[in-house]
Design a protein. Structure first.
Length: 364
């Protein structure tokens, strides 16, 4: 499970990280890709080694003690294991050595794999159990409740360990061994009940078939953790951005970032110089100065940009104020010229007719 859910993503991550950063040092992409692939394979085998160590720990569980004597514990364990089965496949007794207290059982069954994204495949499983039942001397007998610390089992405080049961499993389960681990756990539970430990009987729930497999639950947990981490990271970045904007907004003075001609005007025409609201020192109306000192930005996150007036627009040459004379000067009266009408000769039209040789009486 570790190699499947952690080893493969870790190998891919190492490969891409090496492929991104190593070529900057050796300037050879092929060498970097080969190094990343080798390092990723080593990481996968390390995760696979963790799986092997965990499987060995499950195949060799610690021994436990039973309340029955040696002969009775041996016969009860043998009868209980013969009745155990996985579907139609029963455990087969291979060796029975009462003098040595050794029992060997073999179990062969098939398991269906896949069926979600690919057609189901039948996989064969082979498990072998070596069971050792030993008698415990009276001088070394201890209460059984010590090996069940933290569990509330009624009637166990009065029991004493008289027999010692040891399990050794040999499992052949390619690809996955989740079913084999369930069988090991179930066998240990049945053996403890057979040797006199009053464990409660397991009752399978009505909706146990609706429970998804462990690998699906593992993927769900990983994705949920990734979503929570991504949401926390996004909230942290947003908070940092807002804090930065607020800090820069408070440190920037509006009169340094907003140009005078960018301010909205109140009215259509220019304000006269003689107006009482005109400031002669800055050559700008006082209401413009108030608007600069108290700006009205669109949002609270608006960040005014600093601008250099000397680079954008040349500074105007300050001229001395024009002194206006309020005294009235008398204007001299100008005489209008006399216009005489032109003199019209009434005989001018007759003279023109005679010059042209036209003997036509003139129009009256």
């Amino acid at each position: 499970m570790v190699a499947a859910f952690l080893g493969i993503p870790l190998a891919l991550m190492i490969f891409f990280v090496v492929l991104k950063y190593v070529p900057a040092y050796n300037h050879d992409g092929i060498t970097a890709a080969s190094f990343g692939a080798a390092l990723g394979i080593c990481a996968w085998y390390a995760c696979r080694g963790v799986d092997i160590l965990l499987d060995r720990k499950k195949d060799n569980p610690p021994p436990f003690f039973g309340n029955l004597a040696l002969e009775e514990a041996y016969s009860e364990a043998k009868a209980r294991l013969v009745e155990m089965h996985v579907g139609p496949f029963f455990m087969a007794l291979k060796h029975d050595e009462p003098e040595a207290g050794r029992l060997v059982f073999s179990l062969m069954f098939s398991e269906m794999l896949g069926g979600f994204l690919s057609p189901p495949t039948e996989a064969r499983r082979h498990m072998m159990l070596e069971l050792f039942v030993e008698a415990v001397p009276e001088s070394e007998q201890k209460p059984i409740y010590e090996q069940f610390a933290g569990k509330n089992i009624p009637g166990i405080s009065e029991l004493v360990g008289r027999s010692k049961i040891t399990q050794r499993w040999h499992v052949d389960s390619p690809l996955v061994r989740s079913k084999a681990n369930e069988i090991i756990k179930e066998t240990a539970y049945e053996l403890k009940r057979a040797v006199g430990i009053p464990l409660p009987e397991k009752i399978e729930g009505k909706f146990a078939a609706l429970r998804p497999p462990n690998w699906a639950l593992a993927i769900l947990a990983m994705t949920a953790v990734g979503i929570m981490l991504e949401a926390e990271s996004a909230q942290r970045k947003e908070l940092e951005a807002r804090t930065k904007i607020h800090t820069e907004f408070e440190d920037t003075r509006p009169e340094e970032s907003i140009l005078p001609w960018q301010q909205p005007r109140q009215g259509k025409g220019p304000m006269p110089v003689n107006s009482p609201s005109y400031n002669t020192e800055s050559q700008q109306p006082q209401q413009y100065q108030q608007q600069i000192n108290q700006p009205n930005y669109p949002t609270q996150y608006f960040k005014p940009q600093r601008r250099d007036l000397h680079l954008e627009r040349p500074q105007p040459i300050e001229e001395p104020p024009v002194e206006t004379n309020t005294e009235t000067v008398p204007v001299p009266e100008v005489s209008q010229p006399v216009v005489t009408p032109p003199v019209v000769d009434p005989m001018s039209s007759n003279r023109d007719r005679f010059r042209q040789g036209i003997n036509i009486p003139a129009e009256k």
